[in-house]
Ligand binder design. Structure first.
Ligand SMILES: Cc1cc2nc3c(=O)[nH]c(=O)nc-3n(C[C@H](O)[C@H](O)[C@H](O)COP(=O)(O)OP(=O)(O)OC[C@H]3O[C@@H](n4cnc5c(N)ncnc54)[C@H](O)[C@@H]3O)c2cc1C
Length: 441
């Protein structure tokens, strides 16, 4: 059977994209290497959209949570992943957790039996001619990863993520921290600086060494990570002053309260255009999440820090999307190719499926000779897409879960307690407007 579009990768993104296109009436070739004798280091089955680790899609609370709002939007858009997740739901409080085998079997059966889908168990090694969607995930098979590197430029393709923690701006104590650029270089004060005394620094250093870490998986150890994104605790092991001459160096930073350089400084850099998210510079880490929260709140100025993302280092193939992709996820230098899922630099099961949903809908509109306007940034889908295709993050681009820091700020003075509900109410209204506009068909 000839096909209108070729999707490579039968994970969360590829399965969702295939469903959206097939339901729109297009013939889809879906290539998945598992089941052809090929494996990834993480997948255990041949099932489509397999959940490789936890069985949770995180919070399902659409009133007070960005990921819950994303679930709601995807249900509204007829998501296959959400349909099967709901059908195979298991008790987990306000989280959406599933019977992973039942859910994956449901996705596999739905697509394998769909009249518009041809599921082919094969490994793809070269870039398809197109139209095509590449949704091969963080563990893309090496030959195709090289081919992608050839099309994007090797420097625009990463094999490891080096996630520094990201803090909500409004949770930083600016009575203690201050804005400045080192040596006051440049017009603007681009960094938020948190000062440490000698005692605070030595205590922090010792705690870093003692902190509980998440070990690398055996198969991750084969892929070297760059010296430049060494875990902060590994740097600390190299000597008590390594950090003070590295990411925590105080030189050129006068603390306005003392007029002098502190003993050490933790710097935060703006992470998004809105200025609502700030990342802790050079703090990629394998410390366990709970340890990060405990330890990083000992940093003066961050004692009340709320984290939009915690640090991590994982084997993770992803492209520098803000530079490479247009607003509808097409590769700018090869517009017949779209990317979807974790390989675009989103982080998480549901985020990957969401990007697959959008890629499927953008491709379906294009096959109909139309252009689909991206969902507005006030929606969870639009906010996530903005992180992936928005230029603001190109330089320091790293994978990200959906969170309210990616949404345009709520204008005016608002009570913190009301803010989350205001984001989701505004998101629902924006989605309804988008869905009622002709371009969103
Ligand atoms: C070890 C690990 C644990 C994770 N744990 C979680 C977690 O607990 N919670 C969470 O939310 N997220 C987690 N993630 C992150 C992420 O959500 C998942 O990786 C998610 O599966 C990404 O979806 P995807 O569709 O982009 O890729 P995948 O689901 O990985 O799908 C890609 C598919 O492409 C296939 N493929 C690859 N190369 C080729 C090729 N050349 N030809 C044909 N097929 C190919 C693969 O076999 C795979 O089926 C984890 C990631 C990893 C690596």
């Amino acid at each position: 059977m000839t096909h209108d579009i070729h999707i490579v990768g039968g994970g969360l993104a590829g399965s969702e994209a295939a469903w959206q296109l097939a339901e729109a009436g297009f013939k889809v070739r879906l290539s998945e290497m598992r089941g052809s004798g090929e494996k990834t280091p993480a997948h255990q089955t041949d099932g489509l959209a397999e959940l490789v680790c936890s069985n949770s899609f995180r919070s399902d609370d659409a009133e007070a949570n960005a990921v819950g709002l994303l679930h709601q939007e995807m249900r509204t858009l007829g998501s296959l992943i959400l349909t099967q997740a709901d059908r195979h739901r298991v008790p987990a409080g306000s989280a959406l957790a599933v019977d992973r085998d039942g859910y994956s079997q449901g996705v596999t059966d739905t697509l394998a039996n769909h009249p518009n889908v041809t599921l082919v168990r094969e490994r793809v090694d070269a870039l398809p001619e197109g139209p095509a969607i590449l949704a091969t995930g963080p563990l893309t098979a090496p030959a195709l990863a090289d081919a992608i590197g050839g099309a994007t430029g090797a420097e625009a393709l990463a094999f490891f993520d080096a996630l520094a923690p990201i803090v909500y701006r409004d949770s930083i104590d600016m009575e203690v921290a201050w804005f400045a650029s080192r040596w006051d270089k440049g017009e603007t004060k681009d960094y938020i600086n948190c000062p440490l005394t000698k005692d605070e620094y030595l205590a922090f250093h010792a705690a870093l060494l003692d902190g509980e870490k998440t070990p690398f998986k055996d198969w991750e150890k084969d892929t070297p990570y760059f010296e430049g994104c060494m875990p902060i605790e590994v740097m600390a092991e190299r000597g008590v002053d390594t950090l003070r001459y590295g990411p925590m160096k105080p030189v050129g930073l006068d603390d306005p309260r003392t007029g002098r350089w502190p003993y050490a400084v933790v710097q935060l850099r703006q992470d998004n255009a809105q200025g609502s998210l700030w990342n802790i510079v050079g703090f990629q880490t394998k410390l366990k999440h709970s340890e990060q929260v405990r330890l990083f709140r000992t940093i003066p100025g961050l004692q009340n820090a709320e984290f939009a993302r915690l640090g991590g280092l994982h084997r993770n193939t992803f492209i520098k999307s803000p530079e490479l992709l247009d607003p509808t996820l097409r590769l700018k230098n090869r517009p017949n190719l779209r990317f979807a899922g974790q390989i675009t630099g989103c982080e998480g099961y549901i985020e990957s499926a969401a990007v697959g949903l959008l890629a499927g809908r953008f491709a379906a509109a294009e096959l109909r000779g139309q252009t689909l306007t991206p969902p507005p940034p006030e929606t969870a889908l639009g906010a996530l897409l903005g992180h992936i295709t928005g230029a603001a993050t190109a330089e320091t681009y790293q994978p990200m879960n959906v969170n309210f820091g990616l949404f345009p700020p709520i204008p005016g003075r608002t009570k913190k307690a009301d803010r989350k509900r205001m984001y989701t109410d505004r998101g629902r209204a924006a989605l309804a407007t988008w869905l009622s506009s002709p371009q969103s068909a």
